[in-house]
Structure formats: structure tokens, C-alpha cells
Write a protein that binds this ligand. Structure first.
Ligand SMILES: [Zn+2]
Length: 290
């Protein structure tokens, strides 16, 4: 597994970046005990759902209740023009964090396992703001989370599905832009940059399923990044087949150390998130080494 994944020269680059002063200026630190972790509000976690095999047995015989072919992309009305958002985020700095962290070890998803597909929405205008935020369509996670995603993919592949990654590690400046763009009433769906996001730590991933045979994205009860009740992982409406696909994704992720966000069926946090610092390194600076 370790050899099959692409190791990225994050730390060396990170030390040359002013925003990276939060990263310990040494090599890989040993895993930290709970007492040395930064104090954080405990995550709101939904109780684990049924196991993958239990969910699998509940597959509806046929989709007779009207799953649509696709759902249009949800859009907000941004509070500020994107140039202004970008300029403000460029001047801002991530919150200072106390505590010891592991050295970042970001691994690119979908490179060595091309059956993990990528549709990186923030590298396109097909997202909730309607603006491209990334100049490269890439997705990274810290190594333990990336390895877990590969195991999730193997489990799903055996049943005819694949993972479709929409976003993973997200530089802090992009989290700030999302927050500043989003009207206050809708901010329950975006992370507060004052605290940072688990995406900033390289320990959260936004993803869906695709049909392994056809390559077609699976339709879920809501679109990705839809700021509505339909996005809840427990939303009871929509078609039985869409709900089953959503539950199957969740069960596959929960089996490998992730938990689902209680507002967003597509967002999963990895159990190791507290061990990694908030990062603000753009994709362009994440080189590849062996
Ligand atoms: Zn997310």
C-alpha cells in the first residue's frame, strides 16, 4: 500500500511558506496521545448506521419511485465578487493552533488507483458559487485517510460501484472565500475559517458513487453541495433507490474510520483529523516524489 501511493513533498515546501508557520519545523512526529491534542469542540457525530452488508441486503428490487437522471447544481448568490473574495483571502492568515501535530503527509487520490474517479467541482464553475477556486483538478488526503479511501473503493468495486471524489484537502484560503461568499442564513453548510475545516487538515473528503460498468454518477437524494434538508444523511424523502445508494456510501465509509457529516451525505471526516494542522498550501505547491 505505502509504495503504491504517491508520496508528496509537503513538509519541505511547507516550511518555505509563511502561512505554514503552524507546522512543527521538524520531521515526522510520532502519533500524539489524546492529552497532547489541541482542545476542540467534540464533533457532532451521528450514531453509526447499519453495516455495509446489512445495507446491501436492503437494495430495492427496482427503482419504481422516480429517481431523476440528474439534479441541477445548487447555487448561492455570493455576497461579494470573486476578485474581492480572493484578495481578502490572500491577505488573511489561518488561525494559530497550539499543540503538537503529525507532519503533513498528503497523498493524491486516484493516481495509483484510477478506478477512483475525480470530478473536482471547485476546479470548475460547476459548484455552489459558480466560480473556479482551484487551478488544478486534484484531490489529496493525509496518508491514513487516503489509505482508508482505497479500502473503501475495493469494497465498493466488488459490488459494482466506484467512488467519485468531489473534494478532499482544501487550502484554508478557499474555506475563507466560501464563508465570505455565503449569506449568513446559509452558513450552516460552510466551515467557519476562524476554526478551520477538517478539509483544511486533509482529513475530510466530499464524495459520491458512480456505476462501475457505465461510469455514470449515481443520483443521490440531493445534489452535491445542495444547501437544503435533502442533503441530510437521514433525509427520508426522495426515491428509495437514491436513499439506498446514499446509505451504501455511508456504510462503506464508516467501515473504514470515517463518519458522515450530519448535514451533508457527501462529507466524511476521518478519525485522525485532530492529529493534523490546518494547512494553506495551494495544489500547485504539492509536488510529487516517490
Ligand atoms: Zn466537505
Amino acid at each position: 500500500m505505502r509504495k503504491s501511493l504517491v508520496r508528496l513533498a509537503v513538509l519541505g515546501m511547507a516550511l518555505a511558506t509563511p502561512a505554514m508557520a503552524i507546522v512543527p519545523a521538524r520531521g515526522a512526529a510520532p502519533p500524539q496521545g489524546a492529552e497532547s491534542r489541541p482542545a476542540k469542540v467534540p464533533p457532532k457525530v451521528l450514531a453509526k448506521g447499519p453495516s455495509f452488508d446489512e445495507v446491501w441486503k436492503l437494495r430495492p428490487a427496482a427503482d419504481t419511485d422516480g429517481t431523476p437522471e440528474s439534479i441541477p447544481t445548487f447555487r448561492i448568490k455570493p455576497l461579494k465578487p470573486v476578485d474581492e473574495l480572493r484578495a481578502e483571502a490572500g491577505r488573511a492568515r489561518p488561525p494559530h493552533e497550539k499543540g503538537a501535530f503529525r507532519a503533513p503527509d498528503l497523498v493524491e487520490l486516484g493516481v495509483t488507483d484510477p478506478t477512483i474517479k475525480r470530478d473536482i467541482r471547485y476546479a470548475t464553475t460547476n459548484n455552489f458559487v459558480g466560480t473556479a477556486f482551484y487551478t488544478q483538478a486534484r484531490a489529496f488526503l493525509q496518508r491514513p485517510a487516503a489509505e482508508a479511501v482505497v479500502r473503501v473503493q475495493a469494497r465498493l468495486r466488488a459490488r459494482g460501484f466506484g467512488l467519485l471524489i468531489h473534494d478532499a484537502y482544501r487550502p484554508w484560503a478557499v474555506t475563507k472565500m466560501f464563508w465570505d461568499a455565503t449569506p449568513e442564513a446559509q452558513r450552516g453548510f460552510v466551515a467557519n475559517p476562524a476554526k478551520g475545516s477538517r478539509h483544511n487538515r486533509g482529513c475530510a473528503v466530499d464524495l459520491s458513487l458512480y456505476d462501475l460498468k457505465t461510469g455514470t454518477p449515481i443520483v443521490m437524494p440531493s445534489g452535491y453541495d445542495e444547501f437544503s434538508d435533502r442533503a441530510s444523511p437521514t433525509f427520508p424523502g426522495g426515491s428509495a433507490l437514491a436513499r439506498w445508494h446514499r446509505d451504501l456510501l455511508r456504510a462503506a465509509m464508516e467501515a473504514e474510520g470515517f463518519w458522515v457529516n450530519d448535514n451533508e451525505w457527501w462529507h466524511f471526516d476521518h478519525q485522525d483529523f485532530e492529529h493534523y494542522p490546518i494547512l494553506d498550501v495551494p495544489f500547485e505547491k504539492l509536488g510529487q516524489t516517490r
